[in-house]
Design a protein around this ligand. Structure first.
Ligand SMILES: CC(=O)N[C@H]1[C@@H](OP(=O)(O)OP(=O)(O)OC[C@H]2O[C@@H](n3ccc(=O)[nH]c3=O)[C@H](O)[C@@H]2O)O[C@H](CO)[C@@H](O)[C@@H]1O
Length: 370
């Protein structure tokens, strides 16, 4: 069996594809896997680093609106579709899995032309243009990450996340995790992350409230984003404020923390729910506003709070976060609620769906016929 995976962009776009690839390998060590990506996307670093084949296609920006005219493959898109088709034919793919975005669109069109079945996976609670197009005109199966994602034929499987996060026992790993970051073993701990790029708004609001957090005995683990630094006010003898550009071991960060303050990217929301870590979500008003919708099921259930980007000020942190991160009983209730919401085995579920599509088509037609 050979699977082509098309998804690219930021870490948040690439990591579900990597988690799916690992699940496909576990299910069948012989499975052939080829990623489609662009030179500009993070996949060009992350996919080879994980040991998978990456085939590059040209990057083509997508229009904002869904139109059947996309089927006529205008201009530069045609070149990308040809490049994707060449790869799909070369590896004799049984199935193409698209994870949305500008890498997926040419793959969808090429697969349609070659009559190769397509599985769509949508990361966000509000789907983007490529997946809305594919769900309407192309696909065999549509898998979604959130229960209410409005996409045709949606099948809620969840979002594939890294294995070490999906299987994390936060309490069991807490001491080890805190030691790894140089944190105090006992004090309450606030985790701050703005997703793979970091978030200036979070960086400024939390670092400016550092003195109030310290006064309440709260320590902070802060992933600032690769290009940012923070300068928290730190009174003499204050609890640790550990700021780093990026955290590779997010499993340990989640184990170390009692509460997180985060952007509501799809992976972050799913990971927090899977490990049962309560959160304050500050959706980034970007794209089609998907981040607010990503966080909504967790917030509605009582596993997190939602704050508008513009409302997140140092005062808000002093007024709301300091009290919450030191309230162990409330956090325990929120954690319990959050941990029941998102499937932690979405990687295996999606792999099963992909394998069943590949096998059933093979049984029906035989791929040598293409
Ligand atoms: C600005 C933007 O376009 N954001 C989008 C992007 O977010 P972004 O790329 O930030 O993605 P997510 O929040 O979904 O995921 C971030 C990922 O990076 C990891 N991580 C983060 C910080 C760190 O220090 N170490 C680390 O490993 C997290 O564990 C997580 O797996 O893709 C998401 C998934 O399509 C969308 O929902 C977001 O709207």
């Amino acid at each position: 069996m050979h699977v082509v995976l098309a998804g690219g962009g930021s870490a948040g776009h690439v990591s579900p594809a990597l988690a799916l690839a690992a699940a496909l390998r576990r299910a069948d060590p012989e499975v052939g896997l080829t990623f489609l990506g662009t030179e500009e996307g993070l996949e060009s670093r992350l996919v080879p680093a994980a040991g998978y084949e990456l085939a590059l296609i040209p990057r083509v920006p997508l229009p904002r609106d869904l139109t059947p005219r996309l089927l006529t493959v205008p201009g530069r898109l045609a070149g990308a579709v040809r490049a994707a088709a060449t790869v799909i034919q070369r590896v004799n793919a049984d199935v193409v899995v698209g994870l949305g975005g500008y890498v997926a669109m040419p793959a969808y069109l090429a697969a349609r032309r070659l009559k190769v079945p397509v599985v769509v996976h949508e990361q966000n609670a509000r789907p983007g243009i490529a997946n809305r197009f594919a769900a309407r005109f192309v696909t065999s199966e549509v898998a979604v990450s959130f229960p209410a994602t409005p996409l045709r034929h949606a099948n809620f499987v969840g979002l594939p996340i890294r294995r070490e996060i999906a299987t994390l026992d936060r309490l069991a790993r807490r001491q080890e995790a805190r030691a790894a970051f140089g944190l105090d073993p006992e004090r309450p701990c606030l985790l701050v992350t703005g997703g793979s790029q970091g978030a200036l708004r979070l960086n400024q609001a939390v670092s400016a409230a550092a003195a109030a957090l310290a006064q309440a005995g709260v320590q902070v683990l802060h992933a600032t984003g690769p290009r940012n630094v923070v300068e928290p006010e730190r009174p003499e003898g204050a609890p640790p404020y550990v700021a780093v550009p990026y955290i590779d071991r997010m499993d340990l960060a989640y184990a170390a923390a009692d509460l997180a303050i985060v952007r509501a990217g799809a992976n972050t929301v799913t990971e927090l729910a899977a490990v049962g870590l309560p959160a304050v979500f500050v959706p980034y008003p970007v794209g089609n506003g998907e981040q607010r919708f990503n966080a909504q099921p967790v917030v509605d259930a009582g596993g997190g709070l939602l704050v508008d980007d513009a409302a997140l000020t140092p005062e808000w942190v002093r007024e709301h976060v300091v009290g919450l991160v030191t309230d162990a009983d409330r956090l325990a209730t929120m954690a319990k609620v959050a941990s029941d919401l998102m499937p932690a085995d979405a990687d295996d579920r999606l792999a099963e769906l992909v394998r069943s599509v590949a096998t059933s088509t093979r049984g029906n037609a035989g791929k040598g016929a293409r």
